[in-house]
Design a protein around this ligand. Structure first.
Ligand code: ADP
Ligand code: MG
Length: 738
């Protein structure tokens, strides 16, 4: 028994970093080598077809059969030159991962001979069996048929021998069964709404892109140690484990030198990521021991989401090559930081203007204020929904558990932008906008430096912080598909912008009459009036203080913000009337799709807790209790021997300590038995709930509360049982061996 844990620990010690063979070219040369990007498309396609394809990619033009066939043929040619033999529609079902079903290019031709073929029909649409993917009610109502349809805006790429084609996944009757379909619709909605608002300032704007730059945090654990922990293996997190004497208190890990074996992993990950066109830029150690981060340069949100999904699967593969397992769970270890995935988000125009960055002129700064305030309006109106969009059974351990960020969505703007908004709000209307002789219009809007990125003015606890030229949505979980957050955020902001424009337009005619005799521009007056209204309305979402304090919870409740902490109740926000209205008006999702997706969310939540409860029960019964009893026996034998060796009085004194320990073990063991039984009973009861929603609530309210007391007893035993007997790798080993 004793040998097992030390064997795996010993193996971990012996691991040497794997030498990574770097490509002979520079990164800029091998970047995108495995992607059929525009440059390759141009080289492989006739000019007229390429131009039609650009129209499809950039402006959603109709894709006709002839173009699809030509594009498919060119993709096949390029892919087979790279050694590919298979292709797959690559999609993002509601499981958080990606799915693929590989088919080879081989076909029989009319003579019965084998040829390799790939038609436009196969490129554009496929029919994978949808019945094994979560789809909520939609599956039963609409049978198993699901279609995957090509997303021409995200380029195809090769992994190993397979050409991967990013697709949406929809049901037979058109309901979304994935993340990409609603994301594309939300991005379209914000594009339209933001472009319309931009026209007040620049009629030349044709398109607005939603940008996403994610920062992926993760832990690495030695593969042998991982395999010896049933909880890590089956749930992705440790369900037990006493904290290590040393953890992150020295703050010596953050930005520290990257350990050799980890560096080798990172190096290889970057090479494969760059080859696949993922613009990885930054890598560093994170705050907790064995925690790290990788971040690319931001991209259009749809592509950025695909790249993040791809990177997460690459991380898992590359980690194993280096004898590691990557943990993408939001809270793999108690007592130290969990992992998030900050979503840096902004809007920008096709003519190169970053709408969330301050500009040089007064008009540009007015536009900046509009986009800041309308973003806040969206976040304010839908703060509960935004929280639901990032919530999961695993992220619940991070949010609201006294760790950045809290489970209340609020926004930090920093001093300068706050002052700008206060100024616009409080200034006299006629002073805010006045004519300045021949100079033209003059606005009393304070100048703000273009470069606002100031580290002293950062609030690390804010879930939605303005960071100079973008907002950073920090509540997103490390294992999540960013699309969920991006669907909610872009939809909420689209709605705010549409509403803003409607009110500005309504005001313009009256202002035109009022200002007819002056040189004033009614349009800008109208904008400022509506802006002032909105600055006042969305004030409750602005919070620059300490997000962890209890006062903030009370204050936020007073302000009408959503302070719910229970994960299954937070999901209910998706079905709140204002959420349904938002998604239906923008045609992102309808009520039926939302209801179906919530079924999946509740179901997933309940299943996650079911597995955790079972694993915790197993560990208690099969690992902990036997070891505790064995150690108890050892102590008992010891006590017996003492009795024979020493006179009665002395033996009694000597044994008092041993007996005390035996007693403690007995008490804790019986408590573990009792709690494990209670856990099992609560779980059986939860399983009886009539529907997914009630089941999720039962798991949350009745099952989950038993985890902590059970863990507490086990962790106490870990401290007193002989280290040589303890069967599971401990926190110090999981966190400090690399
Ligand atoms: P941090 O200081 O938070 O670590 P970084 O400068 O490393 O921030 O950037 C984090 C991410 O934000 C990167 O992916 C980066 O490309 C992205 N980013 C930078 N500017 C913008 C922007 N305007 N819009 C969206 N993402 C951005
Ligand atoms: Mg950041």
């Amino acid at each position: 028994m004793e040998a097992l844990r030390f064997q795996v620990v010993g193996e971990a010690f012996k691991k040497k970093p794997l030498d990574v063979e770097a490509p002979s070219e520079r990164p800029a040369v091998y970047f995108g080598r495995k992607v059929f990007d525009r440059k390759k498309m141009q080289a492989y396609l006739p000019k007229d077809i390429y131009e039609k394809m650009v129209e499809v990619m950039d402006h959603g033009a109709h894709l006709d059969r002839q173009v699809a066939d030509a594009v498919a043929a060119s993709m096949k040619q390029w892919a087979t030159e790279q050694g590919a033999t298979h292709y797959t529609h690559w999609f993002q079902p509601l499981t958080e991962g990606t799915a693929e079903k590989h088919d080879s290019f081989i076909e029989r031709d009319e003579r019965g001979c084998m040829v390799e073929d790939f038609s436009g029909k196969l490129l554009v649409q496929q029919e994978p069996d949808a019945s094994s993917f979560p789809s909520g009610g939609i599956r039963s109502t609409f049978e198993a048929r699901g279609y995957s349809a090509w997303d021409p805006t995200s380029p195809v790429f090769i992994i190993d021998d397979t050409l991967c084609i990013p697709t949406v996944f929809i049901s037979y009757s058109g309901e979304s069964l994935d993340y990409k379909a609603p994301l594309l619709k939300a991005l379209q909605a914000v594009n339209k709404a933001a472009t319309d608002v931009c026209h007040y300032f620049d009629p030349g704007v044709k398109e607005v892109t939603s940008n996403l730059g994610w920062e992926q945090e993760y832990f690495l654990v030695d593969e042998g140690l991982y395999a010896a922990r049933p909880d890590l293996l089956l749930t992705g997190r440790t369900l037990i484990g006493h904290e290590s004497a040393k953890n992150q208190q020295m703050e010596d890990h953050y930005f520290g030198a990257i350990p050799e074996r980890v560096a080798a992993f990172m190096k290889e990950l970057e090479i494969v990521a760059l080859e696949l066109g993922i613009p990885c830029k930054t890598r560093h150690n994170e705050v907790a021991p064995n925690q790290f981060e990788v971040a690319p340069i931001f991209e259009d949100a749809n592509l950025a989401v695909d790249h993040n999904m791809l990177l997460m699967s690459l991380m898992k593969r590359v980690a194993r090559k280096h004898g590691f397992r990557v943990l993408l769970h939001e809270k793999p270890f108690a007592g130290i930081n969990g992992s998030g995935k900050h979503n840096n988000w902004s809007l920008s125009t096709d003519n190169g203007v970053l709408l969330h960055a301050p500009g040089k002129t007064q008009i540009q700064n007015l536009r900046f204020a509009v986009f800041i305030v309308e973003t806040l309006m969206g976040v304010y109106r839908h703060n509960g929904l935004l929280k639901a969009s990032i919530m999961s059974a695993s992220n619940a351990h991070r949010l609201g558990a006294n760790e950045a960020p809290p489970a209340i969505i609020s926004s930090f703007l920093g001093k300068q932008v706050s002052e700008l908004l206060d100024h616009i709000e409080n200034a006299d209307r006629n002073n805010v906008l006045s004519m300045d002789g021949k100079q033209g219009m003059k606005m009393d809007i304070p100048q703000i430096p273009e470069l606002l990125i100031d580290n002293t003015d950062r609030n690390r606890t804010s879930p939605f912080a303005f960071t100079g030229n973008r907002f950073e949505f920090r509540a997103v979980g490390s294992g999540a598909n960013c699309a969920s957050a991006m669907i909610a955020l872009n939809s909420a902001v689209a709605e705010a912008l549409i509403d803003f424009k409607r009110r500005v337009d309504e005001r313009i005619p009256a202002l035109e009459r009022e200002l007819a005799s002056t040189d004033h521009t009614p349009k800008y007056h109208a904008i400022i009036e509506v802006l002032r209204e909105d600055i006042r309305t969305c004030k409750p979402i602005r919070f620059d203080g300490n997000g962890y304090s209890d006062e903030w919870v009370r204050e936020a409740e007073r302000r009408g913000l959503d302070v719910e902490k229970s994960c299954p109740r937070i999901f209910e926000q998706y079905l709140a009337p204002e959420s349904v209205h938002l998604f239906e008006c923008l045609r992102v999702m309808n009520q039926k799709e939302l209801a179906a997706r919530n079924e999946v969310k509740w179901e997933t939540y309940a299943k996650t807790l079911q597995i955790e409860a079972r694993v915790l029960g197993d560990i208690s019964q099969n690992h902990i209790i036997p070891v505790a009893i064995e150690y108890q026996g050892k102590l008992l034998r010891n006590a017996e021997r003492t009795n024979g060796l020493f006179p009665a009085e002395k033996a009694r004194r000597l044994n008092a300590r041993i007996l005390h320990r035996i007693e403690e073990i007995a008490e804790r063991t019986s408590e573990i038995e009792r709690l494990a039984e209670a856990l099992s009973a609560a779980q059986s009861q939860a399983e009886k709930a009539e529907d997914a929603h009630r089941r999720a609530l039962a798991y949350h309210d009745e099952v989950e509360p038993l985890f902590a007391p059970l863990r507490c007893q086990i962790d106490k035993l870990e401290q007193i049982v002989d280290d040589a007997l303890w069967p599971l790798p401990k926190y110090r080993e999981l966190l400090f061996l690399r």
